[in-house]
Design a protein around this ligand. Structure first.
Ligand code: CO
Ligand code: ZN
Length: 331
């Protein structure tokens, strides 16, 4: 599991540029799938087992993309200005290193400002690629970068950029490897463009017409000093995702997850996001509506270059999925 998470997090795949990651996932799933296709938007839709007529279709989803930056302007001295792709926070951006899709590296500098304890806005920052003229610049307008940060194995806990949502991708891959047989038609959808408004998942759901959908994404933790925002803790199990700014999870789906966890004796928590949203909302509101819910992986420091998860939450999420999928669904 650790090696898989490392491989996935270290792959560069900002929203709209998920191709690199798609090939990595395809490679990892070799031998564990019965059908792979990619839709027009770039979502990868993978089926486990033979198509069973009459059986309900379950859509699992995790997003491939990560937050990033896009160059908007390169000045005569080679400094690049940029705009955000997804939820990029200034406090994590100042001083960060970035890596472009073409391999070029850069550091984020900020304009001189007198109050050193405050963080200026992104438009007061620039990317320095180490050149002294626009002519030498390895990047041009429209080029895309992600935050560069190595993977750290801290024992029980793992740290990297892009745990959101490579942790979820790892869980889906591992669940597909472990799932032997299911009375349901099980599809895993590796979605695109979640970080810029959950644009991919709804389209995939439209094509797939699932009877039930389950999104695997990360959720905020409330277990750091002075943090009472949520009651989710690292290492205390996957969280049943019941609300975010786009979704109220279907209580029937939530109940189904809870019962499955009880049966399989897997510890679970409850995830309520008071900021942000997940793919759940565009899936739930696709076509005439889909019963949808989510399994949320506890994650500290979301959208920073050092997002932290606990390995046991990943392995328990895999177990929970396997337990849910191996039995007929009853809502
Ligand atoms: Co995110
Ligand atoms: Zn996410």
């Amino acid at each position: 599991m650790k090696e898989l998470v490392k491989k996935l997090t270290q792959t560069t795949a900002p929203s709209g540029y998920e191709t690199n990651l798609r090939s990595v996932i395809e490679e990892e799933l070799k031998g564990s799938t019965d059908q792979i296709r990619v839709d027009g938007l770039g979502n990868m839709i993978v089926r486990k087992g033979p198509e069973q007529p009459g059986a309900p279709t379950i859509m699992l989803a995790a997003h491939m993309d990560e937050i990033g930056l896009m160059v908007t302007h390169v000045d005569e001295n080679g400094f690049a200005r940029f705009t955000n792709i997804g939820g990029v926070f200034p406090r994590y951006t100042a001083g960060a290193r970035v890596r472009f899709l073409n391999g070029a590296a850069g550091v984020i500098g900020i304009e001189p400002h007198s109050n050193t304890s405050s963080v200026p806005a992104l438009d007061k920052m620039f990317i320095d690629t180490g050149v002294s003229s626009a002519k030498q610049s390895p990047v041009e307008i429209g080029d895309v970068a992600v935050f560069e940060r190595t993977f750290e194995d801290l024992g029980d806990r793992l740290v990297s950029k892009a745990m959101d949502d490579r942790a979820g991708i790892a869980v889906l891959i591992e669940a597909f490897r472990q799932l032997k047989k299911s009375p349901n038609n099980v599809y895993a959808v590796f979605t695109v463009q979640e970080e810029v408004g959950a644009r991919g998942a709804g389209r995939a759901a439209f094509g797939l017409e699932p009877d039930l959908a389950l999104v695997v994404d990360v959720t905020l933790c409330g277990d750091t000093p002075q943090n009472k925002e949520t009651q989710v803790f690292l290492g205390k199990g996957p969280a049943v995702h019941i609300k975010d700014l786009g979704t109220l999870a279907d209580p029937r789906v939530t109940g189904w997850i809870k019962k499955g966890a009880q049966r399989a004796r897997i510890p679970i928590q409850t995830s309520i996001l008071t900021r942000g949203y997940t793919d759940t909302y565009t899936i739930q509101t696709s076509r005439a509506g889909v019963p949808a819910g989510g399994i949320a992986i506890p994650c500290r420091y979301i959208h920073s270059p050092s997002e932290m998860v606990d390995v046991s939450d990943l392995t328990n999420s895999v177990k929970l999925l396997a337990a849910l999928l191996s039995k007929p669904i009853s809502l």
